[in-house]
Write a protein that binds this ligand. Structure first.
Ligand SMILES: [Zn+2]
Length: 66
């Protein structure tokens, strides 16, 4: 099963290639290794993934205000 999310950089659909569990300051955290359609690669906590797969491509991702 391939999981999809949105690239944090360009917003294109991104494939979740791996979900390694890595140690962090708060304990072990599940990360997602993603590779987008424009070859951007990221490794980030799964909880920080931009959107769920169902939302990819349906509309522009919301702008995040700081
Ligand atoms: Zn990208």
């Amino acid at each position: 099963v391939t999981d999809w999310t949105a690239c944090p950089e360009c917003g294109l659909p991104a494939e979740v290639a791996d979900r390694p569990v890595l140690p962090s300051t708060g304990g072990a955290v599940e990360h997602a290794r993603v590779c987008c359609a424009d070859q951007h690669r990221f490794l980030m906590p799964t909880e920080q993934l931009a959107v769920s797969a169902a939302e990819v491509g349906l509309e522009a991702p919301p702008e995040e205000e700081p």
